[in-house]
Design a protein around this ligand. Sequence first.
Ligand code: PMP
Length: 374
Amino acid sequence: MDEPSYLDHAAGSPVLPEVVNAMVPALGLPGNPNSTHAAGRRARRMLEEARELIAARVGVQPSEVVFTSGGTESNNLAVLGSLGDPARPQLAISAVEHASVAAVVGRAGEVVRLPVNPEGHVLLHAAEQLVGAQTAVVSLLWVNNETGAIQPVVAAAELAHRHGALLHSDAVAALGHVEVDLSSNAIDLLSLSAHKVGGPVGIGALIVRRGVRLRPIGFGGGQEARLRSGTVPVALAVGFAAAVERACNRLEPEAARLRALRDRLIAELARLPEVRVNTVEPAGPAIVNATFVGTRADDLLLLLDEAGIEASTGSACSAGVHQPSEVLLAMGRSQADAAASLRFSFGPDTTAGDIERLVAVLPEAVARARRAFG
Ligand code: PMP
């Protein structure tokens, strides 16, 4: 049988060969970048070069890049670290945030949810009523990792600032797919993760713009500008920088290529009976979400897997059973529809052949999944 078609890049993209090549010299080195001996200084140089590369690609200063263990930690740090002023106990988050922002609910501060329309785009006029002098931070995904919806993050930053609040954006699913350039907007905090762009798992960054006051949420040696204690994994940082370089260098042609594949898939999905596409412009080029009415997503995933297509629901999985997507529920879908939805997400190795294969096997897989459910 042919190699499976991996259409789950939004969950994790394979490490690219150039990233491995960049990491190898750093992997073999001893040296904590905080040590003052020659090996430590060498590690520090590599780390700072990686920081400079990433900073340049997202339009910030190197001192504004705080390395973390990934998107989850960056999001936790951004949101929880913004709290602290007793006059601003409130977090304002969109109703479609990733769990690493949404799960903060009930653990800290008071939370308001900014509603979205049925396409998953945040309603800024509603946000205007909900954000106020009590809000510490507004958090908004740049590109939704389940549906691909692009949020109006630049306008949201202006809105947040009008109320004296910070704007945090989770750009984990945006990096490499849409232009992420903080030199031309007022976003205060930005989360990134390496393994969604062909870098290694276990490293990410929080961009903290100069002048933004953030409190650490973990304590120790005070690394990373006292915001994130713990020895920074230099080899992972080097791999992260190589992946960001590659993703940003090829952004435009790659986005155009993936957008064409996405639109081809969307057109085919729209022709299938009782299939609703949940990805609506403005949306990133690499994600398609659809509801296969009358199926259980887990059945369909299994059938597609047997046919050599690796996809996902995109939503949280607990004990191996997928919960209906909170994102789709927030977009007004029923429980049944939210539990009948799949995400297909693309990356550098996704080809037209993968999409044709998916399109060829879907009608039969959906029919079988409907019979299994019905
Ligand atoms: N935010 C988004 C939008 C994501 O898709 C993910 C990964 N599922 C995360 C945050 C978490 O990133 P990490 O896996 O690096 O912790």
